[in-house]
Ligand binder design. Structure first.
Ligand code: KIV
Ligand code: ZN
Length: 516
């Protein structure tokens, strides 16, 4: 069975999703989970985009031991130098160069003739080869590039020393037979093609990214690029979990497999969703909350008689377990610790104690504390940010005929406390204005979302916010049985992250960088 290499670009193309802005710790956390998942190659960022990106790639390069770490670069010497610096300390470094090749990009974006594109790409590959054994080259917008020119570009890349040629359907325009045909044509016509690996990089604008990636496999692709949960620019990238489970479930048909640790899929999906703040739709293939739920009576009857009647994969395969042990207010520290181990959390004594206190607090408000509740409690503070402000008390007056008023008291890192009140259009607005006053910060709220962690009236509410102050954009999360308290926690979390980010001179915004 042929091995298909998996190239994860959650931290680069995925981070280009609107509103997603991961800090260094979050990138490392995701990268370490990708390593556990058995990802072969991790694209950690675009070092030339900003000092923050460079530092993030470097932190990932130093933390990950069992995957190749990749940095993206335009076909320019400064970008290649930035990747070189960022990948210091990587066990298995690789550079990913790109230059657009399609007529539309050549004419309007690059204003270059075909021969100039060939020359610039070749010079960049040869320059990169001085420092890197592994060089991947992407003819951007390959999907809309003339096939004969794409063959010429690929032949040039091989001669110049590329080890992987990646074929991006940058705008998600092609259908599976067209995309598959590109691979077939390259395999049949490009001299030296057997010396390199061919890779597929699809976008999901027409909902065909997974089908296109699989068509590439059928036509000889060695590597699939994509992101966890399919996040990315516009409609996103190929969902890696979909490709991997399709190859696993239908290996009889594809005659190809990956070496991923399938049991880590659910956990990776949850972590990426949590840290990026991008929710996974309930009906999302493989990792959606309903992906293994059977609602109709006929299906349930079939499932009870024989699971394979309606189940082509089991939830256990991707690491979803049916929990036998539900905790409540009488559960002790021992049962709680067992549960944490069962859920895969490796925590030190201090962290277990803090989590146990939170659990006890929750168990007082909620009869049954489910696995999802425990995950939400633990993952609320997955990344430790110095807490300059901690929510102490929150008081609200609300009536549908009166102006909502919030009073917020916080304790500060110096051990003091402060209190402020404010009115607003609604309760959340009043809370956020009071927090602005008490923290003395002026911020713009760019996004606010709320979801319930489990079902039922006493379910935990989880709030995610994105806020901006000038060039700095940060996210925050908060969890509570009370959605107004969760809202306040998320906002204060974001303010703490903002203060931390301002201290570091490295900007992480890529807003001013053009991909040419
Ligand atoms: O979609 C695309 O073309 C890309 C390239 C940078 C490979 O992400
Ligand atoms: Zn892309």
């Amino acid at each position: 069975m042929r091995k298909i290499y998996i190239f994860d670009t959650t931290l680069r193309d995925g981070e280009q999703s609107p509103g997603v802005n991961l800090n260094m710790q979050e990138k490392v956390e995701i990268a370490l989970q990708l390593e556990k998942l058995g990802i072969d190659r991790i694209e950690a960022g675009f070092p030339a985009a900003s000092p923050g990106d460079l530092a993030g790639v470097n932190a990932v390069a130093r933390a990950v031991k069992n995957a190749s770490i990749i940095g993206l670069a335009r076909s320019r010497e400064q970008d290649i130098e930035a990747v070189r610096e960022a990948l210091q300390g990587a066990q298995d470094p690789c550079i990913h160069l790109f230059l657009a090749t399609s007529p539309i990009h050549r004419k309007h974006k690059l204003r270059m003739e075909k021969h100039e594109v060939l020359e610039r790409a070749e010079a960049a590959i040869r320059y990169a080869k001085k420092y890197f054994d592994k060089v991947e080259f992407s003819p951007e917008d390959a999907g809309r590039t003339e096939l004969d020119f794409l063959c010429e570009v690929t032949a040039m890349a091989i001669r110049a020393g590329a080890t992987v040629v990646n074929i991006p359907d940058t705008v998600g325009y092609l259908n599976p037979s067209e995309f598959g045909n590109i691979f077939k044509t390259l395999k049949e016509n490009v001299p030296g093609i057997e010396k390199i690996q061919l890779s597929a990089h699809c976008h999901d604008d027409l909902g065909m990214a997974t089908a296109n990636a699989l068509a590439a496999v059928l036509n000889g692709a060695d590597q699939i690029e994509g992101t966890i949960n399919g996040i990315g620019e516009r409609a996103g990238n190929t969902s890696l979990e979909e490709v991997v489970m399709a190859l696993e479930t239908r290996h009889d048909y594809f005659q190809a497999k990956t070496s991923l640790v399938l049991g880590e899929i659910a956990r990776t999906s949850r972590l990426v969703s949590k840290l990026t703040g991008m929710p996974v739709p309930g009906n999302k293939a493989i990792v959606g909350a309903n992906a293994f739920a059977h609602e109709s009576g006929i299906h349930q009857d079939g499932m009870l008689k024989e699971k394979t009647t309606y189940e082509i994969m089991s939830p256990e395969m991707i690491g979803l377990k049916d929990s036998k042990l539900v905790l409540g207010k009488h559960s002790g520290r021992h049962a709680f610790r067992e549960k944490l181990v069962d859920l895969g959390y490796v925590l030190g004594d201090e962290q277990v104690n803090a989590a146990f206190a939170k659990f006890k607090d929750l168990a007082d408000k909620k009869k049954n504390v489910t696995d999802e509740d425990i995950r939400a409690l633990i993952e609320e503070k997955l990344i430790e940010t110095p807490e300059v402000f901690v929510l102490d008390t929150i008081q609200l007056t609300y009536g549908n005929q009166s102006v909502p008023t919030a009073t917020i008291r916080v304790t500060t890192i110096e051990g003091g406390s402060a209190e402020e009140a404010a009115v607003g259009n609604g309760s959340v607005d009043a809370i956020y204005k009071a927090i602005d006053k008490v923290t003395n910060e002026e911020v713009e709220l760019e996004d606010y979302s709320i979801k319930s962690v489990t079902h039922g009236k006493d379910a935990l509410g989880e709030v995610h916010v994105v806020m901006r102050q000038g060039e700095y954009s940060v996210q925050g999360r908060g969890v509570s049985t009370d959605i107004l308290e969760a809202s306040a926690r998320a906002y204060i979390d974001a303010i703490n992250r903002l203060i931390e980010k301002r201290k570091s001179p490295a900007r992480s915004s890529r807003d001013n960088v053009t991909l040419i």
